[in-house]
Design a protein. Structure first.
Length: 178
């Protein structure tokens, strides 16, 4: 069974990041126009603005890459097989998850969004499967949700409750066959 990515979602994080970047750049330009050689407060303020702008731009680029993958890649899907799950919904997806590795499935609500949390026996092994650059969000998921494998309702074009039931039934079928 193949669950498609939600290709119709609006890139809220990207647009917000873009607006924040523009506002921060305008703040830096405005502060530089009124730069005062006598005070160090302006230097500290400009440094803070530049640092904040750097991180906002980084997060905006990540949001853009994520949006491009889920919107335009035909491979952005969640595949359920008799062997397990293949997660390729995100740039931070972990790939193959066998039924034997899955210990729990639960839905968590956070900031008015539902998330399907797939708990696994050895979460660190999933984090170390992907490149160092992509590990930070998975570590954050592990800390926040107790698992590095998290699927947002907004990310897929399918009801999370129904998906959870399908996964539980398919996993039960795997356990009965094994």
């Amino acid at each position: 069974m193949t669950i498609p990515a939600n290709r119709k979602r609006f890139p809220v994080v990207f647009v917000s990041g873009l607006l924040a970047s523009v506002l921060l750049i305008l703040l830096i330009i405005d502060t530089l126009k009124h730069f005062n050689d006598k005070g160090h407060a302006d230097s500290i303020l400009i440094g803070a603005y530049i640092g904040l702008t750097f991180w906002v731009v980084i997060l905006t680029v990540i949001a853009l890459l994520e949006y491009i993958k889920t919107t335009f890649s035909k491979q952005a899907v969640l595949i359920i097989t008799d062997k397990g799950i293949h997660d390729n919904l995100s740039i931070f997806s972990v790939g193959d998850i066998s039924w034997a590795e899955i210990t729990d499935l639960r839905i968590v609500k956070l900031l008015r969004t539902d998330f399907l949390v797939i708990s696994v026996t050895n979460p660190q092994s999933f984090i170390h499967r992907i490149s160092k650059l992509k590990q930070r969000p998975l570590k954050s998921y592990l800390k926040k949700f107790g698992s590095p494998i998290v699927i947002s309702q907004r990310r897929i074009n399918y009801n999370l409750e129904d998906l959870k039931e399908i996964l539980l039934n398919t996993k039960a079928g795997y356990i009965n066959v094994s």
